[in-house]
Design a protein around this ligand. Structure first.
Ligand code: FAD
Length: 392
């Protein structure tokens, strides 16, 4: 298989590179580099989202009929690779990567007309209300109830681990509309305005001290039936479509390789065991990149995604955790500082010991533990691989 870029693809890469060089301010780059969580904080994210939207590249992974630029899978990969190497902020994916594709695939015309433009301008900021206490891996057991009352559902339940819900004004949620059928068949997909009476958000602080996660309590929230996506009882199929986008859909390796390169610059020369680990992580990330590219090129040539692509989230989680662990070890004592102030690029941060990169390393290490949990745990990924790829 030829992995070399064509002349057209190389020209496209130059165009992306030039745009990034002109558009990424030092503030945006610094904000992205010193982000301790998975996604950029709202101040950075909003600014970068507006720049991408003005250029027409915000929804680069959406098909052209939904308002995307009509790029091929390889163009999308080039864009992600260049963004990673330039150190662009990582935009929260709940709206752009998760509910956006659900809306243009399953939504009514009225839902598309109302929600897609507001998602793009960030007038609507979305959170994902799937998990509940006791219903994570076993998502189909979820208990949040939605009882029909005329042209509304009355929704009551408890969602948990809801990333950035404290910044969001919209929640897409799985709810149980029929408790009398097979669990998967009784689930529906609702769009919930978080300003409605009965919605309460409570923070969960991570081990790092970051506030990314929340509990969302829904107490008799009246949601219009017109804000149900798909048919009643179709929520499980829509959730599976969405989770495929969450676990795959994007390339993981470019960001890992770019972060590793930046870290190696700030860590300085490594020796002994640390040098060995850095080389091993580099090779593993490059191998992951080859797998991701191979899958993309197969898709570009019309093939269905290979079950091998299921391995990418699993491998990316392990390599990402390895990179953050390497940083903490390589920075030595400076890698153990864990200030309570946030964000790491803000004015309130104490003077770093060593460097700003060392100052953020412990928080990034702790947050990276979540890679093997969110979007489906590594154990669940292994089961999927065993079934789909190995036929076990
Ligand atoms: C940082 C972070 C952000 C998140 N953001 C969101 C969000 O925005 N919205 C949202 O809805 N959810 C979110 N989640 C929740 C996430 O999807 C769940 O945590 C995840 O699905 C695991 O569910 P659980 O926590 O209930 O663990 P459990 O399902 O209880 O799993 C506990 C352990 O048991 C193992 N296990 C469970 N079942 C099996 C099995 N069948 N076979 C083998 N091992 C098994 C798991 O692998 C895990 O090690 C987030 C989680 C994290 C950590």
């Amino acid at each position: 298989m030829d992995l070399a870029l064509t002349p057209e693809q190389r020209a496209f890469r130059e165009e992306v590179r030039a745009f990034l060089a002109a558009s990424l301010s030092p503030k945006l780059r610094r904000g992205a580099a010193l982000t301790s969580g998975v996604f950029a904080e709202p101040d950075i994210a909003r600014e970068w989202q507006a720049i991408l939207e003005a250029k027409g590249w915000l929804v680069y992974h959406w098909p052209d009929h939904a308002g995307g630029p009509g790029w091929t899978p390889v163009q999308r990969w080039i864009f992600e690779k260049e963004c990673a190497e330039a150190g662009a902020p990582i935009l929260p994916g709940m709206g752009l990567k998760l509910v956006g594709p659900v809306l243009y695939t399953y939504g009514t015309q009225a839902q598309k007309d109302h929600y897609l433009p507001r998602l793009r301008t960030a007038e609507h900021v979305w959170a994902q209300g799937f998990s509940e206490p006791g219903s994570g891996s076993d998502l189909a057991s979820l208990r949040t109830r939605a009882v029909r009352d005329g042209d509304h559902y009355v929704v009551s339940g408890h969602k948990i681990w809801t990333t950035q819900a404290h910044h969001a004004n919209r929640l897409f949620a799985l709810v149980r509309t029929d408790p009398h059928v097979k669990p998967q068949q009784g689930i529906s997909f609702l769009l919930i305005d978080m300003a409605l009476p009965g919605v309460t958000v409570k923070p969960i602080l991570s081990a790092s001290g970051d506030h990314e996660l929340n509990e969302v309590f829904l107490d008799e929230v009246r949601v219009p039936v017109s804000d149900r996506v798909g048919e009643e009882g179709q929520g499980w199929s829509i959730a599976k479509f969405l989770l495929e986008n969450e676990r795959g859909g994007s390339s993981f390796a470019p960001a890992i390789l770019a972060d590793l390169a930046r870290l190696r610059t700030s860590m300085g020369p490594l020796t002994g065991e640390l040098a060995d680990r850095a080389v091993r992580l580099q090779l593993e990330a490059e191998a992951l990149e080859m797998t991701e590219l191979r899958t993309l090129i197969e898709i570009e040539h019309g093939a269905a995604p290979d079950p091998r692509s299921l391995t990418t989230k699993l491998l990316a989680s392990e390599i990402r955790q390895g990179v953050e662990a390497l940083a903490v070890d390589a920075f030595g004592l400076a890698g153990l500082q864990l200030p309570v102030e946030r964000p790491f690029y803000g004015d309130a941060m104490p003077t770093p010991i060593g460097s700003p990169e060392a100052q953020v390393a412990a928080a990034r290490y702790l947050n990276a533990r979540a890679w093997s949990i969110f979007g489906g745990t590594s154990e669940i990924q292994l089961t999927l691989i065993a079934k789909a790829a190995l036929g076990l």
